[in-house]
Design a binder for this molecule. Structure first.
Ligand code: F6P
Length: 549
């Protein structure tokens, strides 16, 4: 860290000590709160009023971000510079949703013609599925699409497909298989008719063990049912960057949709990895998804620091991680259709920023990615919210809530959903003091003995920060905006910590070790793995007690 950045860091530390003594209840009532802490972008409201910050906090955080050159790094990303330095790659998922006529260059080459060509291929293919000109091997119309992929080749498409359920094209059901646990594919196939099922094998590398094993099992299922290897051509398409592996798997290249090494797996739902999304919602809704993301790219690229939503969100994350010691953040969509959002954000943030060294290989010297977790509200209220309210750990929370649900399904329950969402944020921030609890109990005519015994259990500490993301309806455009905000928020965190947010070396060793253990597990070899693994393998192979070996 440079000297100036160090100074600002020290100032922020001192400022944190001052803020820690302020009551969030008072902060919330301050007149400047709406001006300094709420951000509106074309119907999307991001409310940061319930954070442990003052206007000075934002000033200091923005100063710190100037010293860390966050905007310069952002500009480098948009310019196609190889900012993924450990893999020498550009990071250009923003090109996938570029709706302007600006060129986007990687290695001096405008990638937009190739991006548009792939989108066109996807649109034509999806139209043939929808209008029934693409038929299965026995000439049946396709009515089920199974995306087989894992990580970024699953979580984004699955999250978005479920989020946009009200926009689904009728007559096609979408399924997602990721886990190599045979039960996953088995349970999905149980309900499907091979004659009308299409498989999308989605893998950037086309080398991922789980995906290939599931794809082979799906192919066996299909060929056994339809009685011919040739059926594969009508029931399998691939999405990948690796044409030769797709071909050796047995999928013709005219059934392959491609993308590029400058699209990270967890940033790839906008590419042909989003084929399953497009099949589910149709090409024009997919365009709206891209449009929403593009709007946020433009906002991130051009809005000044004071108004820049991803910048301020990312800075707040660093504020809590670096200065308050918060190790986790909870994502609480009060929107059933966004129930897979926490899992999606988990990969986005934790795979991107779960790093320990800076770009030059030296230690980061602070915490990095928070643990991101969560579940849809109101369900979480009847489960883990107890810990959020009264546990000993402060967990900043993100709430997501729509102004109105899609379609004609409301009978007053949406108002309950809104009330619960806002109530949770309010209670987290304000809490309930011992005096208030005591007064309430007196008013309820509880005896002194009971008050003494029970009041401490009812005290809520408050001072627990949260963000509200409020939007009109969860449309494709809104979803595009929300996801792009989070991609850029993660980018800002990474830039502040000076890490490479776009590699994932940490997952490689586990894959290698699994491959060395496999022959011992299948019995083809013996003795791989450490002593504990070997005892466990003996137990799992033979049912022998693992302590008796
Ligand atoms: O193992 C992690 C990872 O490499 C993710 O980054 C990626 O999204 C996922 O595996 C799947 O990779 P692929 O799309 O190449 O199958």
């Amino acid at each position: 860290m440079g000297r100036d950045a160090m100074k600002t860091h020290d100032q922020l530390s001192a400022h944190q000590h001052e803020i820690a003594n302020l009551d969030l209840r008072d902060l919330i009532e301050r007149d400047d709160r709406a001006a300094t802490c709420t951000f509106e972008h074309d119907g999307l409201l991001v409310d940061l009023s319930r954070h442990l910050v003052t206007a000075d906090t934002f000033d200091l955080l923005r100063k710190w971000s100037r010293e860390r050159d966050v905007f310069a790094r952002r500009d480098a990303m948009f310019a196609g510079d190889p900012i993924n330095t450990t893999e020498c790659r550009s990071v250009m998922h923003v090109a996938l949703r570029n709706q302007s006529d600006r060129s986007m260059r990687v290695d001096g080459q405008d990638v937009m013609p190739a991006v548009r060509a792939q989108l066109d291929r996807m649109r034509s293919f999806v139209s043939t599925i929808h209008d029934g000109t693409w038929l299965g091997w026995t000439d049946k119309k396709i009515n089920a699409v199974v995306n087989i992929g894992i990580g970024g080749s699953d979580l984004g498409p699955m999250m978005a497909t479920e989020a946009l359920r009200p926009f689904h094209v009728r007559g096609i059901r979408s399924y997602f298989v990721s886990n190599v646990d045979p039960s996953h594919l088995h349970d999905v196939l149980e309900d499907l008719d091979p004659e009308s099922t299409l498989f999308i094998i989605a893998s950037k590398t086309f080398g991922t063990q789980e995906t290939l094993a599931n794809a082979k099992a799906a192919r066996r299922w299909l060929v056994e049912a339809l009685g011919s290897d040739q059926a594969v051509a009508r029931h399998f398409v691939a999405v990948s960057t690796n044409a030769s592996r797709v071909e050796s798997f047995g999928i013709d290249l005219d059934k392959m949709f491609t993308f590029w090494d400058w699209v990270g797996g967890r940033y790839s739902m906008w590419s042909s990895i989003g084929l399953s999304i497009m099949v589910a919602i149709g090409p024009s809704a997919f365009d709206a998804l891209l449009q929403g993301a593009f709007e946020m790219d433009e906002h991130f690229r051009t809005a000044p620091a004071e108004e820049n939503i991803p910048l301020n969100l990312g800075l707040l994350d660093c504020w809590y991680r670096d200065f308050w010691g918060c190790a986790s953040r909870v994502s609480l969509p009060y929107d059933q259709h966004l129930r897979h959002l926490p899992a999606y954000l988990q990969q986005l943030e934790m795979e991107s920023n779960g790093k320990q060294v800076q770009l030059d290989g030296s230690p980061v010297g602070s915490g990095t990615a928070m643990v991101v977790w969560g579940a849809a509200g109101t369900n979480g209220q009847h489960s883990f919210h107890q810990m959020l309210h009264q546990g000993t750990t402060v967990v900043p929370a993100d709430f997501f809530i729509a102004r109105r649900p899609i379609g004609d399904i409301d009978d007053g329950r949406h108002a309950m959903l809104v009330a619960n969402c806002l109530a949770q944020a309010e209670v987290l921030a304000r809490g309930r003091t011992l005096a208030e609890v005591t007064n309430d109990m007196r008013a309820a005519e509880d005896g002194d003995e009971d008050i003494k015994r029970l009041a401490p259990h009812r005290v809520m500490p408050g001072q627990r920060p949260s963000t509200i993301f409020a939007y009109d309806q969860l449309t494709p455009q809104t979803l595009g905006r929300l996801i792009a905000i989070h991609e850029h928020r993660v980018f800002v965190q990474g830039a502040m910590w000076n890490i490479d947010s776009f590699d994932q070396w940490g997952v490689e060793l586990g894959k290698k070790v699994a491959n060395t253990l496999l022959p011992t597990i299948t019995g083809e070899q013996s003795g791989t793995g450490d002593a504990t693994s070997q005892r466990l393998i003996a137990f799992l192979r033979n049912g022998r007690s693992h302590s008796s070996s």
